[in-house]
Structure formats: structure tokens, C-alpha cells
Design a protein around this ligand. Structure first.
Ligand SMILES: [Zn+2]
Ligand SMILES: [Zn+2]
Length: 317
């Protein structure tokens, strides 16, 4: 079982600027099934960027009707159902996502709802999918129907708090989670309406006592800050291993001992952008440009073939 982050940005300005990606995250290989959570803008493209296949997802979870959480939902449904040619998969989300509520949603057209099982979750409502239990968790956020999710499979509980203001009994919805994922938009006590701060996360971690806590959904304001510093602070205060997720992070869950889960990095297939930057730079340095060009061993079948030129051209910086 692996959690794969295709975006760790959140809030409208991070989303518009893509200072951090906003593709949501996947939990792959829960009993052989793969699920995509909150496929925000770029979810489809990031899926390919990190070497994954959108066709092999079996379900999509959408916590609420904010663009950074639902934008790519319909195209991911098209991928899941092989271009709407197959009855496949489940779509799980808040009431607004399917039916609309006040000014929120609907986020998925009736057409896109038509090939998959649709499940509306609300706080404490549960659903069994195969041998996985899913529970809706309460949120206090702009979309009044918004939810978080708790998944239980083979004694492992993963809780995704999603966007919410902190409230006193928040922890009860995420009780006994082994892995707790929080959308922590700002550090310390830098409050922003409808969202949790780093200090709020400390409170929830102390109450839930997960084996691993993961922060994601960082705001633009934090781009000069290092969320890892905040994660370390939270780790020290709570004694719980707290991780600041990054775009392309993978957590390989150790089922026997979740606290010993392993963080790895998904291979970024767009890494060639670096080469483009070097090429652009070299246009203004004619001698180096020639040198770099000579050193390139171009092979149209392999992206990796560019890397020797990257190594070489670093010397010319
Ligand atoms: Zn959000
Ligand atoms: Zn939101």
C-alpha cells in the first residue's frame, strides 16, 4: 500500500500559480485497488509526470466543491472508465460534488456520474467497498457538505482530514488513525478562515496519536518557508513522526508497523525541463552551447539520454 502525492499545494493562489502542484494524492494497492483523492488542477498531467497510469484507478474521492480539490475529476473519471466506455469504479464525495448545494457544485456532470457507483458521504456515514471500510468525517469549511475520509483496510487506518477549521471534537472522527493526513495551509498560529494551522495539527495529533502524521495543502505564503521546519517543530512537540509532504513523495506503508513506513521519491518524467533551462541559458553563451550540443547523445527513445549533457553543462554555470 502506497500513498503518492501528485500535489501538495492548496488554496487559490498556490493553485493559480502552481508554485506547488495541486493533483491531490493516490493511495495505490489497497487490496489491489488504486484510489485518487481530491484530483485538483493538473491531476491528470501529474499522474503521467510521476509515471502513473490514470486508467488503473478504481475510485475517486472528492472531499468538497473547491476547485483545488475537484477540477480534474471529470477527466479522471473518463480515464478510469476508459473514455466512458466501461462501467467501472466508484466516485465518493460530499453531497455538493454530485448534486450541488447552495452555490457549491455540482462538480461532476450527470454524464460523468453515469458509469461508476456514486456514493455521497457525510460525517460518520460509512460505506463498505470490498473489505475496505470508508467513513465520512466532519469538516467546518466553505462548502457546508464537505467531508474528510477515513479508510480502514486490514487493520490499517488512514485518515484524510481535508480542508476544515479546527474544532473541539475533530479528533473523534479520526480516532485510532495510523496515518493522519492534514491540510495545514499555514504554520504555527497563522490562522486563515476555514483552515487548520500547524498548532491546530499539534492538537489533533496529540488527541489521535497516529503513528505517522503528514502535512499537505500548503499555501503560497509558505513558499519562502520550509514546511519541513514546521514538520520538525510538530514532531518535537508531539513525539509523533510528522512529515511535510512534497510533490512526488511516496510513502510505502509498512502494514505490520506503520511507523516504519518508508518515504521514497516518484521519478519525475518532466525532469528534462532542466535540460531546456540549460539550453535556454546556453543560447546566450555560444561557446558553451556548442560544447553542450556536442556532448549530447540524442536518442529519441530514451529521456535518460539527455542526462549526460546535464552533467556536462553544469560545469559551465
Ligand atoms: Zn483546499
Ligand atoms: Zn476548500
Amino acid at each position: 500500500m502506497k500513498i503518492k502525492f501528485l500535489g501538495t499545494g492548496g488554496g487559490r493562489f498556490t493553485t493559480i500559480s502552481q508554485q506547488r502542484m495541486t493533483g491531490g494524492f493516490r493511495i495505490d494497492d489497497i487490496n489491489g485497488q488504486n484510489y485518487h483523492f481530491d484530483p485538483g488542477p493538473g491531476a491528470l498531467v501529474r499522474t503521467y509526470q510521476f509515471g502513473l497510469n490514470p486508467i488503473d484507478i478504481d475510485g475517486i474521492f472528492v472531499s468538497h466543491s473547491h476547485t483545488d480539490h475537484y477540477n480534474d475529476c471529470e477527466i479522471m473519471i473518463e480515464a478510469m472508465t476508459k473514455g466512458m466506455t466501461k462501467e467501472k469504479g466508484i466516485i465518493i464525495g460530499s453531497g455538493s460534488v454530485f448534486e450541488g448545494f447552495q452555490q457549491w457544485g455540482p462538480c461532476i456532470s450527470k454524464y460523468h456520474q453515469s458509469k461508476s457507483k456514486n456514493i455521497i458521504l457525510s460525517a460518520n456515514k460509512t460505506q463498505k467497498i470490498g473489505n475496505m471500510n470508508i467513513k465520512g468525517t466532519k469538516t467546518l469549511h466553505g462548502d457546508p457538505t464537505g467531508v474528510g475520509f477515513q479508510l480502514e483496510h486490514e487493520n490499517i487506518k488512514i485518515s484524510y482530514i481535508s480542508d476544515t477549521l479546527y474544532f473541539d471534537d475533530l479528533w473523534k472522527y479520526h480516532e485510532s488513525a495510523d496515518i493522519l493526513i492534514g491540510n495545514i495551509i499555514r504554520p504555527k498560529d497563522e490562522h486563515i478562515r476555514g483552515h487548520m494551522t500547524g498548532n491546530n495539527f499539534i492538537q489533533v495529533i496529540n488527541q489521535v496519536k497516529p503513528q505517522i502524521a503528514i502535512m499537505t495543502h500548503f499555501s503560497l505564503k509558505r513558499k519562502d518557508e520550509n514546511p519541513e521546519i514546521e514538520a520538525n517543530r510538530i514532531k518535537k512537540e508531539t513525539g509523533t513522526n510528522t512529515i511535510a509532504a512534497f510533490d512526488g513523495m511516496e510513502l510505502e506503508i509498512n502494514k505490520k508497523s506503520p511507523k516504519d513506513s518508508k518515504v521514497t521519491i516518484l521519478k519525475d518524467k518532466c525532469i528534462n525541463n532542466k535540460n531546456n533551462k540549460i539550453r535556454a541559458m546556453n543560447i546566450f553563451k555560444k561557446d558553451n552551447y556548442k560544447q553542450t550540443t556536442i556532448n549530447q547523445k540524442f536518442n529519441s527513445n530514451s529521456n535518460k539520454s539527455f542526462s549526460p549533457s546535464v552533467e556536462k553543462s553544469k560545469k559551465y554555470k
